[in-house]
Design a protein around this ligand. Structure first.
Ligand code: GDP
Ligand code: GDP
Length: 433
């Protein structure tokens, strides 16, 4: 699990420049929500082996003056609620503006760690100018230049010390999160599962992470359901429904073991869903697709198959993902969904004994060795699964640097054919023997 770092601040202070810098080593996760001014708002970053998700809150504000201040203030509130650390960015060249002041006022009431980040400190002579920002009463200042990267390392050193870890005992149960766009049926599914059986539900309160975890234990299934619907608070959010729902989704992605990605059968898999899917994959989460409202589709014997094929085409290359067709309203395949989620979780936790792995994979490799490169032959001698939160395999060989991506893909497919890893991203490393 990793943490969420939100960059807040008024427009033009340099939020997206910092965002790009933090996420640049990772491939950008592009999303195209409707009604937003930019197309990149969240991405993965890492500092000294601590992965985290960065959210550039600025991208969500529609650029019209009348909604500006209230929309930004509301975003700050959402960020406070959802993020682990908040970076409040200001511009050293302009000093404190009214909008900066109103954001600071909200942040002063936050219990979350807030860092005042004075940006555009490109040279030493600007360092003194930054001292005005002590006026916010938000403590230490961090002087950076998002453009050159100066100061960002020191900032991140501090930021990562505020990350929260999940308590051990909570890790014992599988954690599922139902995510998806508004109106696909997430709350209906949760209600179908727990609605009439309140007595089997224990909201686990008092955690450090203020999201609600529901302990479900019924009909042979025991798991924690991470509440992402956020219905309790939705009503308070007026101008940033989209942003709020994205923050919720990211948070669920961070915390869950298995992502149940729900789509509406009438709408199919859209780019926003694909982004969530890839985010789950990058986070090395188990994932399954639930196509809900299947009752609304006119069907013949081929419909399910064809729908599934279309979905997989859009998910490529990670296509080994279970798809379940539900009608929550007609209570169709609700428990199938839980069975599949459990199956994905089991796959995620699966440990293949070394002897079995070598017994199956070495003959395959012998018959299909890596193609020789510049007259050199790669010899794979030994395979082992590395301990981790998701399946990772080390292939020990003489010349790991000569193994190509295409051969890795071949190996991954063979692993998937021989051992069931449906719904789980797997990683393959070639290492020097
Ligand atoms: P946002 O609206 O807060 O996301 O701000 P942007 O990242 O789009 O940056 C606004 C402008 O400030 C752009 O022209 C950036 O190139 C510029 N900018 C961002 N960071 C720095 C910096 O560290 N130094 C300087 N001199 N300019 C910067
Ligand atoms: P959420 O925003 O994803 O939590 O979606 P809701 O659970 O609030 O559902 C949105 C709407 O879709 C509601 O009117 C539900 O009654 C309806 N709905 C949910 N599941 C189904 C289904 O399986 N079939 C049909 N026809 N409608 C559904």
């Amino acid at each position: 699990m990793s943490n969420i770092v939100a960059i807040v601040g008024r427009p033009n202070v340099g939020k997206s420049t910092l965002f790009n810098r933090l996420t640049e080593s990772r491939k950008a996760i592009v999303d195209d929500m409707s009604g937003v001014t930019r197309d990149r708002h969240y991405g993965m970053a890492e500092w000294i082996n601590k992965p985290f998700t960065v959210v550039d809150t600025g991208g969500y504000v529609a650029n019209s003056d009348d909604v500006f201040e209230s929309a930004i203030n509301e975003q700050v509130l959402i960020a406070i609620e959802e993020a682990s650390v908040i970076l409040f960015m200001v511009d050293v060249n302009t000093g404190i503006t009214d909008l900066d002041d109103s954001i600071a006022a909200i942040l002063r009431r936050s219990r979350k760690p807030v860092f005042v980040v004075a940006n555009k400190v490109d040279n030493n002579s600007q360092r003194n100018d930054a001292s005005v920002f002590y006026g916010f009463g938000l403590g230490e200042l961090h002087l950076i230049s998002s453009m050159t990267g100066s100061g960002t390392g020191e900032l991140l050193d501090e930021v990562v010390t505020h990350f929260v870890e999940i308590p051990e005992e909570e890790n014992a149960l599988p954690k599922y999160a139902i995510v998806g766009r508004p109106n696909v049926g997430k709350s209906s599914l949760i209600n179908a599962l727990i609605g009439s059986e309140r007595n089997i539900v224990t909201p686990v309160a008092g955690t450090t992470r203020d999201s609600i975890h529901i302990h479900y234990n019924q009909f042979g299934h025991e798991f924690m359901l991470i509440d992402t619907a956020g219905l309790r608070k939705k009503t308070k959010v007026k101008e940033n429904i989209e942003f709020y729902s994205v923050m919720r989704t990211i948070k669920a992605l961070e915390e869950a073991d298995v992502i149940i990605l729900m789509i509406d059968a009438l709408e199919g898999l859209e780019s926003q869903d694909i982004n969530i899917f890839h985010l789950a994959e990058k986070n090395k989460k188990g994932v399954m697709i639930v196509v809900n409202k299947w009752d609304l589709i006119e069907k013949d014997h081929k419909t399910t198959k064809e729908f599934e094929v279309k979905i997989r085409e859009k998910l490529a290359p990670f296509v080994d993902v279970p798809v379940v067709f539900t009608s929550v309203i007609e209570k169709q395949r609700i428990f199938k969904t839980l069975d599949v989620a459990k199956h994905v979780y089991t796959n995620k936790m699966k440990k293949i004994p070394t002897s079995k792995l070598n017994e199956i994979m070495l003959p395959i490799i012998e018959n299909n060795p890596p193609p020789s490169l510049k007259g050199k032959f790669v010899k794979i001698k030994f395979i082992t699964q590395i301990n981790g939160a998701s399946p990772m395999f080390a292939f020990f060989c003489n010349l790991p640097q000569y193994v190509k991506e295409s051969y890795k893909r071949f190996i991954e497919n063979k692993l998937r054919e021989n051992f069931d890893f449906a719904g789980v991203p797997i990683q393959i490393y070639f290492r020097q023997k």
